[in-house]
Design a protein around this ligand. Structure first.
Ligand code: UD1
Ligand code: UDP
Length: 374
């Protein structure tokens, strides 16, 4: 019996780990799986809600690390996860997902205790080291034993960095497994009614939370001015990330936001509700990583408010486009996309809802090979 710990911490981890949890549970005879929640995200609407929507059991362990500077948060995760492992039977494998602080911190703890690490969503690179996530990605990949990639460009990035190709497995995009699994329930969401939208009303869906967009007054105002202009012609639905909400209050921009016609702010919304809003939007404006992928899967136009993306396949094959971060460019690109015929897209290879199965095959083989080399 092999003991596997799956790590979650922040919102985008839940939809990546839920499908794998389910697939591993099908092999209860050989795997004992437990779910470790670091507590990086802790608001009900950033965490608990997703356990219900994604039909995941409550975490076996909750490390309750909360917020802080990068140093404080990362250190707390390291300290508490290490303490937990040392006080229990150590796992045979730790699986981390994505690029948040919980991903790298837990990978580091496991690796230093000589426990193998699998990284789900390995190999993505923005090549922009001002992004904290880029540092988490590079460091996690460097110390992982099993690198599970969502697209072929990620394999190439890893090979360029000298990572042993024998450790790299192209398994596809596990977030799409959650989309496929939850699609029927998402379609039934009543969120449009809750938000006061007519069934066939056109709208833009937006999310923002990158420090580069929301931590400084000037950057945030650039985007809010664009929303003020766009809101004159179409409603903008903005489920707001707590980081953004806090910055809007701190920077004294709350009044401006409240008085922008056409801009409808809500708290973060659940997974089914968000998917419903995403698949029926005229356009999505975002700086999220995962949302660039989900819109490509649905064929919904996406304008990414960033200088670069670690998910270039969403541009080359999908519906994504980067937008220069000035008010005029954001407004022009938005109005242009709304006028234009929708760009055709192809769904990237292995974004098919079966990534969880492929990951389990890799893990089974990993343990088999370990046994035969003994
Ligand atoms: C984190 C990830 C980012 C990911 C995002 C997904 C890192 C470095 N960043 O960014 O890659 O895209 O999650 O949403 O790991 N807060 C609350 N309640 C919560 C969580 C956060 O109020 O439940 C507030 C706190 O003021 C906190 C701030 O949001 O300081 C930022 O949270 P943090 O987890 O540090 O980073 P995110 O911006 O959420
Ligand atoms: N999401 C959600 N509710 C929201 C905003 C996003 O359920 O109000 C989902 C979205 O569908 C996607 C994931 O959260 O599956 C993306 O997470 P986020 O944007 O927080 O992180 P990132 O992908 O940028 O790391």
């Amino acid at each position: 019996m092999k003991k596997i710990q799956l790590i979650v911490g922040a919102r985008p981890n839940f939809m990546k780990i839920a499908p794998l949890y389910r697939e591993l549970e099908k092999k209860k005879d050989i795997f004992k799986v437990s779910l470790i929640h670091t507590g990086q995200h802790y608001d009900e609407k950033m965490s608990e809600l997703f356990f219900d929507d994604l039909e995941m059991p409550k975490p076996d362990v909750y490390l309750n690390v909360g917020s802080g500077t990068h140093g404080e948060q990362t250190a707390r995760i390291i300290e508490r996860y290490e303490e937990f492992i040392l006080s229990s039977t150590p796992p045979d494998l730790v699986v981390v997902a994505g690029d948040v602080n919980s991903t790298f911190a837990c990978a580091l703890v496991a690796k230093k205790l000589c426990i193998p690490v699998a990284h789900l969503e390995a190999g993505l690179r923005s090549y922009d080291e001002r992004m904290p996530e880029e540092i988490n990605r590079v460091l996690t990949d460097r110390i992982s034993d099993i690198l599970l990639t969502p697209s072929i460009d990620a394999n190439k990035n890893l090979e360029k960095e000298g990572i042993d190709p024998k450790k790299i497995f192209f398994v596809g995009n596990i977030m799409i497994d959650s989309l496929v699994e939850q699609l029927e329930k998402a379609k039934k969401s009543k969120i449009k009614k809750t938000l006061g939208l007519d069934n066939d009303e056109q709208y833009i869906l937006t999310t923002l939370h990158r420090p580069s967009n929301v931590d400084e007054r000037e950057g945030l105002k650039t985007i809010l001015y664009a929303f003020a202009e766009i809101g004159k012609s179409i409603k903008i639905i903005f489920p707001m990330h707590p980081r953004t909400q806090k910055n809007i209050d701190r920077l004294g921009l709350a009044e401006m936001v409240e008085n922008t016609p056409g801009l409808l702010i809500s708290e973060p919304i659940g997974y089914h509700d968000f998917i419903k809003m995403e698949m029926e939007a005229s356009l999505v404006l975002t700086d999220s990583g995962g949302i660039q992928e989900e819109t490509t899967y649905f064929g919904i136009p996406c304008l990414t408010l960033r200088e670069n993306t670690e998910r270039p396949i969403t541009i080359t094959q999908g519906t994504n486009q980067l937008v220069q971060l000035d008010t005029e460019s954001i407004v022009n690109a938005t109005l242009d996309v709304l006028k234009r015929k929708r760009k055709k897209r192809t769904v990237p290879k292995f974004w098919d809802g079966k990534t969880g199965e492929r990951v389990v095959e890799v893990i089974v083989r990993y343990f088999d090979e370990e046994k035969s080399s003994y």
